[in-house]
Design a protein around this ligand. Structure first.
Ligand code: PMT
Length: 217
């Protein structure tokens, strides 16, 4: 029997962000939103008050979840910060790290053989939430890595001042982006736990068990 999260407000980010280049093109990524939506679903089933900040994905809204749809990293940041205060923030979204310096108001026309785009860094939403005056009691990030998963994940845990980070290897079949299944290793300052491989539904539930254990301390 899962422990109740009644009375807890939880913000979950999910899906990709799309960074527009012009009215017809954007820079995006492969996130389907399935992992974040599974977490939001599992948290609502435990009676948490869940706000789901969703990038552009066609998934149905989980029952009893407040969903806010956004498109870009800037919009996601605004929606996440507006949803504070909360007890818990889980950043499962694949937020674009860079966005075009300028968005063209009209369709960019073909001209030369090459086209150079100038991109600028997006704000790091997770790090901003973790250092915010209304910092949630627990801030949990995700790390999508193709190699040296543990090293990169622990670096993000420290650098972004997180309580936990859930790392998944991406770029392999049957796990990470788009798939219905995943495998995570969750790291915190003095421990780690492997979850899965299993369905994202099962992993979401096990991740919430770990988080609930921490919230109780
Ligand atoms: O959506 P699915 O298809 O189900 O796939 C799930 C997933 C692979 C997207 C998910 O499990 C996952 O790993 N999400 C995080 C992907 C990611 O962007 O990782 P990252 O290592 O680039 O970012 C690290 C953390 O910083 C993430 O919590 C991210 O939300 C956050 N971040 C990153 C950049 C930014 N500008 N703002 C952020 O908040």
């Amino acid at each position: 029997m899962s422990e109740s999260l009644a009375g807890k407000r939880i913000i979950v980010s999910a899906g990709p962000t799309y960074e527009d280049l012009d009215p017809v093109r954007f820079i995006g990524n492969r996130s389907s939103g399935k992992m974040g939506f599974a977490i939001a679903t599992a948290a609502a089933q435990r009676d948490a008050n869940v706000v789901l900040i969703a990038g552009p994905v066609p998934l149905p809204t989980p029952a009893a979840v407040t969903r806010i749809d956004v498109r870009s990293a800037a919009q996601m940041r605004e929606a996440v910060l507006a949803a504070l205060p909360a007890d818990l923030y889980i950043g499962a979204a694949a937020v674009a790290d860079y966005t075009p310096r300028q968005v063209s108001g009209s369709k960019i026309k073909k001209s030369g053989e090459t086209l150079t785009l100038e991109l600028v860094r997006t704000p790091d939403i997770l790090a901003e939430v973790a250092s915010h005056p209304m910092r949630p009691r627990l801030v949990v990030g995700f790390a999508a890595e193709t190699e040296n998963v543990a090293t990169h994940a622990r670096d993000k845990l420290d650098r972004k001042q997180l309580d936990m980070i859930a790392a998944n290897q991406v770029g392999i079949a049957g796990s990470g982006f788009e798939s219905d299944d995943n495998a995570l290793t969750v790291y915190w300052s003095d421990g780690e736990r492997a979850l899965g491989p299993a369905s994202k539904k099962q992993i979401a539930s096990e991740l919430l068990d770990l988080i609930t254990e921490r919230l109780r301390r």
